[in-house]
Ligand binder design. Structure first.
Ligand SMILES: [Zn+2]
Length: 291
């Protein structure tokens, strides 16, 4: 179960991992907390699909549902919504308050309840989400971490989040944080592009991140996924309102990427089964025969 904040996050964080596990026969469910209703158009060549509009919360939600369905198909995964409303990324100084009713403002128990129930129904062995910082400071990403962590902790406890006629308690075995945008990866790709005489798009990114001295969290688990980069790319392109096919995500030639950085990274946040680090499999210690 991969828990994400907005439609498109599942395609930019750990996408090739989900495609790989789905292809190998694992049941993969992407859970999207919000409908992405406040995401701006980030692709200059985007055209609103016929019969749709992008100027209202409802219109945007409908367009992004279409995009999400195409992305899930490209990855070969199932996907479902928690049904919360995107908080938007507040900008300005001072920051404006979040819109009323948005995901970022909800009390934890209210925001986590549907995910707890979903964990009890779907019964995942492994869950993935973001680290406590959200990976980047979008209020929905931080909230996504909080609800996923809460659901991981609470779903197995039958005295919490009690629902009349609800599913039996279920305790997932491992919780991971996505770590796709590490400095190590960006530096490696940056240097490989310069070495190949290409212009790297990551110079400014690396400098600004280094200047902000964001502490790097440790990746414990490196999943080999280069064979699934095409599925990841198709899923990214499916989010046509959000992803520029000529932009950042596609700036690195795929042969260089597969050569220099053929893995996706995770941090093991908790495990209820024995495992030894570093790992190369999110299901290490979980699969039958390992136990
Ligand atoms: Zn997001």
């Amino acid at each position: 179960m991969a828990v994400h904040a907005h439609p498109d996050d599942e395609s930019s964080k750990g996408a090739a991992t989900t495609a790989r596990y789905a292809a190998e026969g694992v049941e993969v469910l992407v859970v999207t907390c919000t409908g992405g209703e406040r995401g701006d158009v980030l692709n200059p060549s985007f055209e609103v699909p016929a019969g749709h509009e992008f100027d209202t919360i409802e219109g945007r939600r409908a367009v992004r549902r279409l995009e999400m369905a195409a992305a899930a198909e490209a990855l070969g995964v199932r996907q479902t919504w928690l049904g919360f409303v995107d908080s938007g990324l507040p900008e300005g100084d001072p920051l404006p308050p979040l819109p009323e009713g948005s995901f970022g403002l909800l009390p934890l128990d209210e925001a986590a309840a549907p995910l707890v129930e979903l964990v009890r129904e779907f019964r995942p062995h492994v869950m993935t989400t973001y680290d406590p910082s959200g990976g980047y400071p979008h209020p929905d990403h931080i909230k996504c971490h909080e609800v996923a962590f809460e659901a991981y902790q609470a779903a197995g406890d039958g005295t919490r989040y009690v629902v009349e006629g609800g599913a039996e308690p279920w305790e997932p075995l491992k919780l991971y944080y996505n770590h796709g945008f590490s400095m190590a990866r960006m530096r490696a790709v940056h240097e490989a592009m310069q070495g190949a005489g290409l212009e790297s798009p990551f110079g400014d990114w690396i400098e600004s991140r280094a200047a902000r001295e964001i502490p790097e969290r440790e990746a414990t688990t490196h999943v080999a996924v280069a064979d699934y980069f095409p599925q990841r790319d198709a899923a990214l392109v499916a989010h046509a309102s959000q992803i520029d096919p000529d932009g950042f995500f596609f700036a690195v030639p795929r042969d260089i990427e597969a050569d220099v950085w053929p893995t996706e990274e995770y941090e093991l946040a908790d495990s209820r089964v024995p495992t030894s680090l570093p790992e190369d499999d999110l299901f290490a210690g979980v699969r039958e025969g390992d136990r």
